[in-house]
Design a protein around this ligand. Sequence first.
Ligand code: ADP
Ligand code: MG
Length: 686
Amino acid sequence: DDENTLPEVESAYDQKLLDELDREQTRLQSIQDTRRSLPVYRFREPLLSAIKEHQVLIVVGETGSGKTTQLPQYLVEEGYTKSGTLQIACTQPRRVAATSVASRVADEMNVVLGKEVGYSIRFDDKTTPDKTILKYMTDGMLLREFMTDPELKKYACIIIDEAHERTLATDVLLGLLKDILPHRKDLKLLISSATMNAAKFADFFYDAPIFNVPGRRFPVDIHYTLQPEANYLNASITTIFQIHTTQQVPGDILVFLTGQEEIEAAKQNLEEIAHVLGSKVRPLIIAPIYANLPQEQQSKIFEPTPEGCRKVVLATNIAETSLTINGIKFVIDPGFVKENSFVPSTGMSQLLTVPCSRASVDQRAGRAGRVGPGKCFRIFTKWSYFHELELLPKPEILRTNLSQVVLLLFSLGVTDLIDFPLLDKPSIPALSKALENLYLLGALNSKGSITRLGRMMCEFPCEPDFGKVMHTAATHDSCKGVLEEVVSIIAMLHETSSIFIQERANHDSSKSSIAGKVFSDHVLYLETYNRWKDMNYSRSWCFDHKVQYKTMIRVRNIRDQLWRCCDKLGLVALNDQASHTLNGSSNLEPRIIKCFISGFPKNIAKLGTSGYHTMGVQQGGVNVSVHPTSTVFQSLRKDMVKPSKFILYQKLVLTSKEFMRDCIPIAREEWLNEMVPHYFKAKDPQ
Ligand code: ADP
Ligand code: MG
C-alpha cells in the first residue's frame, strides 16, 4: 500500500510547489510588465547615452513617469556600480519617500530590502556595507556623508531627486557637488525635478543639458469654491462625501492636508460619519500618509482598492510629487502647506500653515489625471488662485534657521559663505544670525573659527543645540552627571507627536497616569522612558499607560544611537566620572534644566503683566502661551503650581495664537546667567 500512496503524495507536493513557483513567476512578470509600461522606459537608451556623454544631466518629467524607481535601476543594469564596488545614491527630501521607494525597488529587483537595495534616513539605516549598491537616502544624510568622505568616493552616481522641492539640504548638496565635480571626473550627477525650475539647475551647472521625459497626463477638471471657506477641513470632508455618493467607483480620492494632527482629526471625523451612514454608502477605505506615520502603516496607501470600495488618501504634500499613488481620480486641495519660517531679526523659528504656490496646487491637481480624466476640487476661490498665490514655493534656504548648515560647512572647511555656490543666496542677516547663534553655543570662537565643541556638535545626528545640551550634561561644572537623563529626554523629544495615545474627550488622560507630581514636559518624558525601561521595555506597560509601544521602540533606538555617539566623543567617560561624585541622585531636575538652558537660550519666555513673552528681541518680545497639551498647562490649570517667571520651550507653533510646546519651567532666574552669561547679562540686566 505504502508504495502506492507515496508517489501520489509526492506529486501533490510537487504540484503545490509548482503552483507557488508559477504565482511567483507571474508576480515577477507583472512587475517587469509594469516597469516596461512606465514613460521613462521608452527613453532608457537615449537616457543612458546622455548620461554617458555628460557628467551632469537634468532629468525632467511628469510625476509617476518612473524617474525615482527606474533611473537608478538603469544605472545598475548598465554596470555603473562596477560589480558592486561602487554605489548609487538617490536622495529624497522626505523620509517616507526614501523608505517607501526603496522597498518598492527592492521588490522590483527581487532582492531583500536592506541588502543590494537599501535606505538611509536619520536614526534608521537599512543598508549592508559591501553589499548595498543602490541606496535611497534623505538629502540630509548625504550631506552628512561629506564629513567622512568629502569627495563621495564610494559613489559612481548621485541622483538628486525631487530637486524642485528646494530643501535646504538639497541646495547645499548641489553647491558641494558643484565643487567636487572637477576632481571627480568619473562621478555622474543626475538632477531630477518636476517641470518647474529645470532651467535654473541647468544654469547652475554651466548649461548642463536637460533631458525631457514626456509623461502621459489626462485632462483634469478644476473646480473652485465660490466663496472663501472659513473651515477647509470641514469643507474637505463634505466634498469627500459628495464625491463618494455622486461619482461612480472606481476612482480614489486624494486629499492634501497640512500635517499629522489635521490628518488624524479628519480620519476620525470620516470614520464617524461613515459609521453613521452605515451600509447606505459603499465602504470607504481611509489611508493616511505623513512623515511620522509608522512604516508598517504606510503601505496601506499603495494597496489596490477592493472592488466596490473607494479609497481616501489623506496626505501631506508628500503626495504632491514624491509619492505616486495609483488609481487617484479625485483631488481635494485646500491649498495650504505647513512651512518652517525663520525671522532673522527676532531669531524665532516657527511652523506656519501658509497658502501653497500656484506651481504646487497645479502639481496637486495633476495627480488626478494619471489613470484617466480626473477632477480637482480646490477649497479656495478662482480669484485667490490668480491674485493671492505666489508663483513658486519659496526655497527653504530663504526661510529657515541656517545654524546647522553653516556649522556643517565650517566643519568641511567652507568658511567663505558669501562665495559658496548656491542657487539662491540667503540674506546677510540670516547668515549673521546663524553665526551669532553658533558663537553663543560655543561652536565658533570669537575669531569665527570652529571650535572642538563645534566639531562635536556636527557629529551628532541632531541639531547643534541638542549637541550642546548633551555636552553640557557631561562636562559643565554645575550640572554634569546627567547625560543618561538628558539623552533619554532628547530621544523622546524627537518623537513627541506620537508617544501618548490621545483621547479626544480628555487630552491629558494618558499622561496624567504617569505625570503624578511632574510639572514639566521634559521630566514627564524622562519619567515615561525610565518607567518603561524599568518594566523591561514591556509592551503591556505601554498598553496600560496608553503609550505607543512602536514609538517607544523608535525612541529607544534613537537613544541608543545618541548614546553611542556620546560614547565615541568621550562624553560618556566624562559623565561617568562626574556621576560618581554626584552623591545620591536626589534632585536631578535643576541639572537637567540647566543643560537645556545652555542649548536653547533663545527659547526662553518670560512672565510679564500680560502672560509670557519671548526674550529673543530687545524690547517686548512676542506674546506666547503654554500649549494646552503641555503638562505645564495642566498643572497651572489645576493650580498645582504657581507660574514660574521663566519657561523654556522646544518649539513655537502658531495656530489660534502663538503656542509653546514641550515646556520646562525655570525655577531660578540665576540659572540663566550662570549657563549663558554673555547672552543674558547683555539682554536682561535685572
Ligand atoms: P516619478 O519619480 O517619475 O514620479 P516613480 O518612479 O516614483 O515616478 O513611480 C513610478 C511608478 O511606480 C508609479 O506608477 C508608482 O505608482 C509606482 N510605485 C512607486 N512606489 C510604489 C510602491 N511603494 N508600491 C506600488 N507602486 C509604487
Ligand atoms: Mg519621483
